[in-house]
Design a protein around this ligand. Structure first.
Ligand SMILES: Nc1ncnc2c1ncn2[C@@H]1O[C@H](COP(=O)(O)OP(=O)(O)OP(=O)(O)O)[C@@H](O)[C@H]1O
Length: 616
C-alpha cells in the first residue's frame, strides 16, 4: 500500500526526456513503482503540452498489457479524454480499421501465404496420411479458398476474438499483431498517421509486447522531437515466449534505470541484488524500516520413480511433507497469509483435489506440451466452457445468486444473449428460461460424464462451442488402443475421449483454482502481485527438464552449468517469484547434494549460515 509519493531520480530523468521531447526506455526492477512513474509521465504531458494537443485534436497513447491495467490507469488519470489508454490489440485495431485496403493486401501478400506455408510444413512433418496431416491439409484448402474470397470481403472486422474467418472478413488476435507489425514496418503513410494522432506513445510492460511492434513504434518515433515513445518495463520479468524481452528506445533515445524498491524488505532486496546484477536496488519507502527475512531450505532430492522419471503419488506426498516441515521451521505453519508458489501443478492439484484432471493433461501419451501449457494457463479448448460458463453458473446457483446466473448467461451463452432471438423476450420469460436451464445443467452435472455435460450444453446453446470442440464432440470415440508410432500426431483425440469419459468432480476444484486467488499459485501466475510472505518451491524432478533447471541456475558448481536457455528462463521466473515478497521470502530447493548446495548458495548469494537449513 502506497503511503506517500516520493519523486525518484528516474522520474526526474523521464521528465527531462519529456520536456526535451526525446524517446526513452525506463528499465525498472521489481517493486520500483513502474505504474507510478508511468502515471507521472502521462500527467506531465497534460501540464506541459495538454492544451496544444487538445486544440490540434491529438492524443497521448498509453498501451497496456492487460484490460485490468487499462482500467487502473484510466481511473488514475481521471478518465481524461486527452489519453487513449488501451491494450495493444485494441490500440492497433483503432489504427488499422481505417486501412481496409491495406489489410486486404497484407492478408493476400503475406499473412495467408505464411499460414499456408506453415500448415504445409506441418503436413510434411506429420505425413499426409495421418489425421494431423489431413487436418493441416484441410486447413490449407480452407486458407486457399479464403484467399480467393478475400477480394470480395466488403469490410474487415475485429471483435476481440482469438479466431479468424477471413472469408467473412473476421480477424483474430494474432492477425492484429501481424498486420500491425507489417504495416508499421512497410507503410510510411500508416506510420505518419499514427504519429499525427499520437505525438506521445507510451508502452507499459514493454518486455511483454511483441518484437515487431517495438521495432515498428521505433520507426514511427525515429529522429528528433515528436513523436516520442516511452517504454516502461523490466527485461527480467519477461516470462512468456515470443515477446520483446530486451526493449530499447529508437537511436538517440535514453535508457533510464530505476533503482528504487518500494515493496520488499531490506533482507529481500539484499537477496535480489545478489541474484540480479544489472540493477542494484535500495529500499526507498517505508520498507527501509522492515528488516524482513530470506530463508532457504535444502531438501535431498529423490529420484523420480514414476512415469518419465517424475514422482509417484507417494513421492509427491513425501515432497509435501518436506514443505510442511519448512513451514513449521519458519513459523509459518498456521498462518494463512503465506503465498506458496509451485512450479509443478501436480502438488497443487493434489492439495486442492484435481489430481485426476491434472494427471490427464500431464500424460505425455495423450497431451502435447502445448495442451499441458494450455491446461496450466486455463486456456485449453476442452476446459474453457467449464471455466467461462458451466462452473461459474453452477457456483452462482449453489450460492443462491440469481443475478450472477443471469450475468454469466447473458455474457457467455448464445441462447441467452440479449440481442438476436432474445430481443423480444420479456425479462420474466428470460428469468424463467434461465432457471430451467440451470436446474437442468445441475441435474446433468450430478449424474453424467464430462462429455455428456458438454454435449448437452452445446445442444442447448448454453456454451460457446469452438470449432475444435465441436469436431471432437461430433466424432465417435477412437476405438484403437493408442499407439505412439501411429497416432502421435492425433493424440488430442485420445485426450478428448479420456476427458469426455471423466466424471466432473475434479473439474470444479480446478476451475476454482484457476479463477480465484488461493494460497497456492504457479510461479507464472503471480506477475505484478505482491504478498507479505512468499514460499517458492523448486523441484526439478517435477519441472520441465529441458526448459527450466533451478538447481543448475542457483548452484551450477554443485549441479552443473545450465544451458543458456535454461539459465535465462529459470532466472527470470525466479526473479519474478522472489520479488513478490514484501516481508519474508522462503525458498525450498530439492537438491541432490544439500551440503554442497548450502556452501555454494552462501557464497553466491551472500547468505549467512543460519539462513540456510537442511532437511534430508
Ligand atoms: N513513488 C513511490 N513512493 C512510495 N511508494 C511507492 C511509490 N511507487 C510505488 N510505490 C509502492 O511500491 C509498491 C510497488 O509498486 P508497483 O507494484 O507499481 O511496482 P512495479 O514496478 O510494478 O513492480 P513489479 O514489476 O515487481 O510488479 C506498491 O505497493 C506501490 O504502492
Amino acid at each position: 500500500m502506497m503511503l506517500k509519493r516520493i519523486e525518484t531520480e528516474a522520474d526526474k530523468k523521464v521528465r527531462a526526456c519529456l520536456d526535451e521531447k526525446r524517446s526513452f526506455a525506463l528499465i525498472a526492477g521489481a517493486g520500483s513503482g513502474k505504474t507510478s512513474s508511468l502515471i507521472d509521465a502521462l500527467a506531465r504531458i497534460r501540464e506541459t503540452d495538454g492544451a496544444r494537443l487538445r486544440r490540434d485534436g491529438q492524443r497521448v497513447a498509453c498501451i497496456t498489457y492487460t484490460k485490468r491495467a487499462t482500467e487502473v490507469i484510466r481511473t488514475r488519470l481521471g478518465f481524461d479524454e486527452l489519453y487513449l489508454v488501451s491494450t495493444l490489440h485494441s490500440f492497433l485495431w483503432g489504427q488499422l480499421a481505417g486501412f481496409q485496403e491495406d489489410i486486404r493486401r497484407v492478408l493476400i501478400e503475406d499473412r495467408l501465404p505464411a499460414q499456408i506455408a506453415k500448415a504445409g510444413e506441418k503436413v510434411t512433418k506429420a505425413g499426409g496420411h495421418t489425421q494431423e496431416g489431413q487436418r493441416q491439409q484441410a486447413k490449407i484448402i480452407r486458407f486457399q479458398a479464403e484467399l480467393k474470397d478475400l477480394q470480395l470481403v466488403p469490410r474487415f472486422t475485429y471483435e476481440d476474438s482469438e479466431f479468424s474467418n477471413y472469408a467473412k472478413g473476421e480477424l483474430g488476435h494474432p492477425d492484429i499483431i501481424e498486420i500491425g507489425s507489417y504495416l508499421l514496418r512497410t507503410n510510411r503513410v500508416f506510420r505518419r498517421i499514427t504519429a499525427l494522432r499520437f505525438p506521445y506513445i507510451f508502452v507499459d510492460e514493454a518486455q511483454d509486447t511483441f518484437k515487431g511492434i517495438v521495432e515498428g513504434l521505433n520507426l514511427v518515433c525515429a529522429g528528433e522531437g515528436l513523436p516520442l515513445v516511452g517504454y516502461f518495463g523490466d527485461p527480467w520479468q519477461q516470462i512468456y515466449d515470443g515477446r520483446a524481452g530486451d526493449f530499447a528506445p529508437p537511436p538517440g533515445g535514453e535508457t533510464i534505470t530505476k533503482t528504487e524498491n518500494f515493496r520488499c524488505s531490506v533482507s529481500v532486496i539484499a537477496f535480489l541484488n545478489a541474484f540480479r546484477k544489472d540493477v542494484e536496488q535500495y529500499p526507498a519507502g517505508d520498507n527501509k524500516k522492515r528488516q524482513g527475512r530470506v530463508a532457504v531450505r535444502l531438501v535431498r532430492a529423490e529420484k523420480g520413480l514414476g512415469k518419465r522419471n517424475t514422482y509417484t503419488e507417494e513421492q509427491v506426498g513425501r515432497a509435501l511433507e518436506h514443505m510442511d516441515n519448512a513451514l513449521s521451521a519458519w513459523g509459518w505453519k498456521d498462518r494463512d497469509d503465506v503465498m506458496k508458489l509451485l512450479l509443478a501443478r501436480q502438488m497443487i492439484a493434489r492439495r486442492l483435489g484435481f489430481s485426476a484432471l491434472n494427471d490427464l493433461f500431464n500424460d505425455g501419451r495423450m497431451a502435447s506440451s502445448r495442451a499441458t501449457d494450455a491446461f496450466e494457463e486455463g486456456s485449453h479448448f476442452l476446459l474453457t466452457p467449464f471455466l467461462s460458463t458451466i462452473c461459474p453458473l453452477l457456483r452462482a446457483k449453489e450460492e443462491g445468486q440469481p443475478h450472477r446466473v443471469n450475468e454469466v448467461l447473458r455474457r457467455e451463452s448464445p441462447a441467452f444473449a440479449t440481442d438476436g432471438e432474445n430481443a423480444n423476450r420479456s425479462l420474466r420469460q428470460m428469468l424463467e428460461a434461465s432457471k430451467a436451464a440451470i436446474d437442468d445443467l445441475h441435474k446433468h452435472w450430478t449424474t453424467q460424464t464430462v462429455g455428456e455435460i458438454l454435449r448437452h450444453s452445446a445442444k442447448t446453446r448454453l456454451i460457446n462451442v469452438s470449432d475444435r470442440l465441436r469436431e471432437h464432440l461430433a466424432r465417435e470415440p477412437r476405438a484403437e488402443v493408442y499407439d505412439e508410432t501411429l497416432h502421435a500426431q492425433e493424440k488430442g483425440d485420445w485426450l478428448a475421449d479420456a476427458f469426455f469419459a471423466m466424471k466432473p468432480d475434479t473439474i470444479a476444484p480446478y476451475t476454482k483454482y484457476i479463477l480465484e486467488n488461493s494460497a497456492f499459485s504457479t510461479q507464472h501466475g503471480v506477475k505484478g502481485e505482491e504478498y507479505d510472505r512468499v514460499l517458492v518451491l523448486y523441484d526439478d524432478t517435477e519441472a520441465k527438464w529441458n526448459v527450466y533447471n533451478f538447481n543448475k541456475m542457483l548452484t551450477p558448481d554443485t549441479c552443473g552449468v545450465p544451458t543458456d536457455g535454461q539459465l535465462d528462463k529459470s532466472r527470470k521466473l525466479a526473479y519474478v517469484s522472489f520479488s513478490r515478497a514484501e516481508d519474508e521470502l522462503g525458498i525450498i530447493l530439492f537438491t541432490p547434494n544439500p551440503e554442497r548446495a548450502k556452501a555454494e548458495m552462501m557464497s553466491r548469494f551472500a547468505m549467512r549460515e543460519e539462513q540456510i537449513s537442511i532437511d534430508s
